[in-house]
Ligand binder design. Sequence first.
Ligand code: ARG
Ligand code: GLU
Length: 752
Amino acid sequence: MTSKIVKLLEIQTIYILFRIFEQNYIQIKIQIMFKKITILSLMFIVLINSYLRADEGMWIPLLLQKYNIEDMQKKGFKLTAEDIYSINQASMKDAVMIFDGGCTAELISDKGLIITNHHCGFSQIQDHSSLENDYLTDGFWAASHDEELPNKGLTVTFLVRMEDVTAQVLAGVADDGEESVRQAAIDKNIEKIKEEAVKGTHYQAKVKAFFYGNQYFLFVQEEFLDVRFVGAPPSAIGKFGGDTDNWMWPRHTGDFSLFRIYADKDNKPAEYSENNVPFTPKKHFTISMKGTQPGDFTMVFGYPGNTEEYLTSYAVDMIQTKINPYRIEIRQTSIDLMLADMEKSPAVRIQYADKHASVSNAWKKWIGENNGLKRLDAVNVKKQREATLTQWINQDETRKQKYAYILPEFEKIYADYAQYSFAEEYFYEAIWRMESVKMATRMRYLVEKGSEFKPEDVEKIRTSAKNFFKDYNLETDKKIFKALLSLYVTNVDKRFQPEFSTFVKSKYLDLSDPKKLDAYVDFYFEKTFFLHEDQLMKFFDTYAKADYKKLENAPAYQFYTNFMNMYVAQIMPVVKSYDQKIANLNRFYMRALMEADSAKIFYPDANFTLRVTYGKVADYEPKDGIKYKHYTTVDGIIEKDNPDIYDYRVPQRLKDLYAAKDYGDYAENGELHTCFIATNHTTGGNSGSPVLNANGELIGVNFDRCWEGTMSDIMYDPAQCRNISLDIRYALFLIDKFAGASYLLDEMIIVK
Ligand code: ARG
Ligand code: GLU
């Protein structure tokens, strides 16, 4: 293996050097004479990267024929680009959709049945749950269409077609100049394109920028509005491992839920109606029971949300040293306090379960990301790439004129931008996310209505407040508030703190003094009547003209508005202006990167548009001496079983099936596989994406990434980056054997 890589590297080195020789014979020759060693070592690093990054990339479906299909087929894929994306025939893209605006789902029957993750359908499952019908705890399986539950506001969105509209978007737009002026011209063009694209149809159009605005694509979409809940396993299976196992391998989560799309009698999208019928799709996936072997081709087809693969070393350094460590610290602080209270009280446990899950999800990812960036020495790798690029730029006068300013300008900007970005992130994480502040933002609605309010306005806020209090524990919030405010006052420059003397009484004023901080926090929570449900409801009962002033005068409201004003005055405008400068630089930087490496096929950063990523089933070695297998089995669930650990309570029924080895046809060599890993380059938004084999059959549902590889949003490492998928056979087993809902399997096409 190693010698093969070296061989390949040698061949590639010769090839690339040859290419450069051809282009710039004399300059390079002289440089090589003087800098032979440096260049070769730089080349070597670049080459190691491009060789190893084989499975990196989130590819555009429309361009597969041009760029990827040959490579995909070489790696085992047996179908064509038209089978994945076509506007002339039914293709895979007709079976993949955005689920609820943030996840992916796919069709698995000709009656509109779709599968996504349990964590993607979680809020719908929770919505339908009550003490009598606790679907979160017990799971849910509709026995017939009549039992399928409607979900207000839930939509799924298909891609009808996409088109490169770069020329139209940039028509009459200057390449350079004031970024906001430029953007306004672009937006105007986009509006026109969108309007034309959907004229006379029920479709929607979106235009999105790629490669930092060097390319634009139009997406015509069809949105379905009646999507009903069909089934989900109990949380003890669908969320098995919870936050303990989140982002980690080995994993045993049965992370799936089933929904069904309904349409009107013409098979068109319609608002919920009893008369709607199950949607008949153009295409749905066949399910394969064959399972996975290391090296097998895998393709993930879904909606990755956001990646930043082309950041400069300055940006990566900022994220790694100035942003992530503080985000992590702030969240760690609130997680610890939350958990302490959750452990003490079952009521708080329920109230804060979801908050805890969402706070800890990104927290854990950032820790993994920073570990990964450090291990890859990402900043220096980027620096080396920048050095190579600079050499390329300096080889030619025109290039120098076009591009030489970019990297020095980045360096200058980030040197100053970092402090504002830090303050913004701190404000967002430590202040804006506080529960009492969120409550104050609700009150703002009434304050702004002032004495002109209508009774409906009060009722609206009352309802929203009731929702808030259902999951609110003042004592927990108070502890978190105190800790985060103290962090803010200590770690954030005075310029980015509000003028406390305007709203904090002088006796509490020095908030860096723990005693005064304590006293202020006591005062804040005691005197903010809108943080006390009984007081607020009474207040609303008799709400009158001038009462908005009482809201306005409450300490939490004062706190919120003063922080907000500081943010709007001191942080936001600077960040915005830098962001525009950076956007402009990025556009030219990206262009330079692509021009300098014209033989390389670049993939655009994720931007929540439909993408193909392909790779293979593969194990990995997270640390010296440890090797992880590529799959897990139900045996691991039983190993983890522990009634004392909330995340590891295994339902009795699963234990019984395990004891009887009653796995039906779903086992492989006597083992029931639960999850598997592969090298597909995925990110948030890919949750619920279909994982397909070489024949385009469904073998899994993507739901997470391995911790050691979470830096792949910034830098992909083929040795460590693995996406985690639910083995589709475990889902089938759960539906059939565990839930006794085998009638759902009847509408699927399952092949051995
Ligand atoms: N890490 C996965 C994702 O980013 C799963 C998150 C849901 N699970 C959880 N335990 N919080 O969305
Ligand atoms: N769980 C993530 C999601 O909801 C996917 C994991 C990732 O970031 O790759 O999209």
